[in-house]
Ligand binder design. Structure first.
Ligand code: SF4
Length: 470
């Protein structure tokens, strides 16, 4: 970044992506870009890394220059007068070169000092308040939402609590699903090296994170672009590949949840880790459909795999494996019998958690040219039937948990003294919750991010109710 000070650390945007014929479209739909200046001590640096990790996970890019950024975050230091001056100068520089500036960090504890000199800053937040910084970025530069392939919930992450964090292991994708333009927008698979990922996970765990959500566009393909390069971590050698990632993350002793995994044969090897509870027995697999002919038209990865047989084999090894997925109904050319195949597949697969989209064209996607676009009224009707079937399965599977004891992680405590928590089977923001009613012994002690042990006493279509056992 021009003029940044010697102490400033600035993250550059990833480079080296190929620019194809769709570059113009990529510019039109480009990811929102954040510039970042980080000043101060190692603790401030960890905060900066946490903020950047979250923003990257939400699809923001990090700009190497002020000019290319849509907004700039300055993480300040206020330890001694020289550091205050340096921070105020950095804010002034960002305002001069960009104009849209959010300030955080130690100097943020004295907002009047910042605003007296720089009244144009958009927002000032205090030290270690990365939730507030991320929310300020959302407010002034909303994340882009692409319904079929966003990695995070459509409503965005409004507040990112300290007890869980997204761990992005790769960008881009080598697949060519016909409804998707991610490979055009974000390029081919670009994995982060295993040692870098494991070090970041270790830092997050040391900072108090109790649950890591591993995300990428195709987590099962992790490392293929790096030819599974080796890296050292904690004195052992790991390959940059899916199984070693699970093996390494299992060492951290916190919840590790895998998202966006495809049902390839090599995924089988991770199921015993789940059975041993070294990582959560949870897989998020975007199946998208159950009809082989529709999956072929979608050009889905692993479309030729016998997924039902694979799910049966996984459950034989790990009976309480939770399976989550998303589906698209009304894909171009979807016939009534293909839709029925999907419902039959769902009945057999007995997935625990299911989301569904009605197909809609994405500018530049190959599926737009397919014949037989399904009329909106038919899409609507299929969507309702699909969701009804999925809800019935979910209701039944949750009812089977009544009477069981489980450990849950508290996400929030309500004003009336109840707690909202999640079990190993619930990813934040997209799955259900475990409600713990107010008035129970010891509930007043529960705080956000605490573990609690509960017995499940009731269930409905999506959520459970638990009673504290300790
Ligand atoms: S796997 Fe398919 S849907 Fe997912 S990002 Fe890659 S091309 Fe898009």
């Amino acid at each position: 970044m021009p003029g940044s000070t010697a102490k400033a650390r600035v993250r550059a945007a990833p480079r080296g992506r190929e620019r194809g014929p769709s570059a113009a479209r990529a510019v039109a739909t480009r990811a929102p870009k954040v510039g970042f200046v980080s000043l101060g001590c190692p603790k401030a640096l960890v905060d900066s890394e946490r903020i950047l990790t979250q923003l990257r996970a939400e699809g923001y890019e990090v700009s190497p220059t002020y000019e290319a950024a849509d907004v700039v975050v300055v993480n300040t230091c206020g330890f001694i007068d020289a550091a205050v001056d340096e921070s105020l100068d950095a804010i002034g520089e960002a305002l001069e070169h960009n104009g849209k500036v959010i300030v955080t960090g130690c100097l943020g504890a004295k907002p009047e000092r910042i605003l007296a000199r720089h009244p144009r800053v958009l927002k000032v937040t205090g030290p270690h308040a990365y939730e507030d910084v991320v929310n300020a970025v959302h407010e002034h530069l909303p994340p882009r939402h692409e319904p079929f392939f966003d990695l995070l919930p459509p409503q965005g992450v409004r507040l990112t609590p300290r007890h869980y964090a997204y761990l992005k292991i790769a960008e881009g994708c080598n697949n060519k699903c016909s409804f998707c333009i991610i490979p055009d927008m974000r390029g081919r698979l670009a994995s982060r090296r295993i040692d870098e990922v494991l070090r970041e996970a270790e830092r997050l765990a040391a900072a108090g994170v109790k649950e890591l959500l591993v995300i990428s566009q195709d987590t099962s393909a992790y490392g293929a672009d790096l030819r599974y390069a080796r890296g050292e971590w904690r004195g052992s050698s790991y390959e940059t590949r899916f199984l070693d990632l699970a093996r390494g993350l299992a060492q951290l002793g916190i919840w590790v949840r895998l998202h966006y995994v495809y049902p390839y044969p090599h995924v089988d090897a991770v199921i015993p880790f789940m059975a041993e509870r070294r990582i959560l027995p949870y897989l998020d697999i975007p199946f998208q459909h159950g009809s082989a002919t529709v999956l072929k038209r979608m050009r889905r990865p692993a479309h030729a795999e016998n997924t039902l047989a694979r799910l049966r084999a996984w459950r034989a090894v790990c009976p309480d494996l939770t399976l989550r997925s998303t589906f698209i109904v009304g894909f171009p050319g979807e016939t009534a019998s293909e839709f029925q195949e999907l419902l039959d597949w769902l009945d057999e697969a007995q997935l625990d958690r299911v989301g569904c989209f009605k197909y809609s064209p994405v500018e530049g996607a190959a599926a737009n040219a397919l014949p037989g676009h399904v009329p909106p009224a038919v899409q609507e009707e299929r969507f309702a039937r699909f969701m009804e079937r999925a809800a019935a399965i979910s209701t039944q599977r949750l009812a089977a948990r009544v009477g069981k004891r489980m450990r849950v992680l508290v996400d929030s405590v309500t004003d009336d003294g109840a707690a909202i928590a999640r079990s190993a089977a619930d990813a934040p923001q997209i799955d259900g919750v475990v409600r713990i009613a107010a008035g129970q012994k010891n509930i007043a002690r529960l705080k956000v991010g605490d573990w609690a042990d509960v017995e499940i006493v009731a269930s409905d279509s999506y959520d459970l109710t638990g009673r504290l056992t300790l």
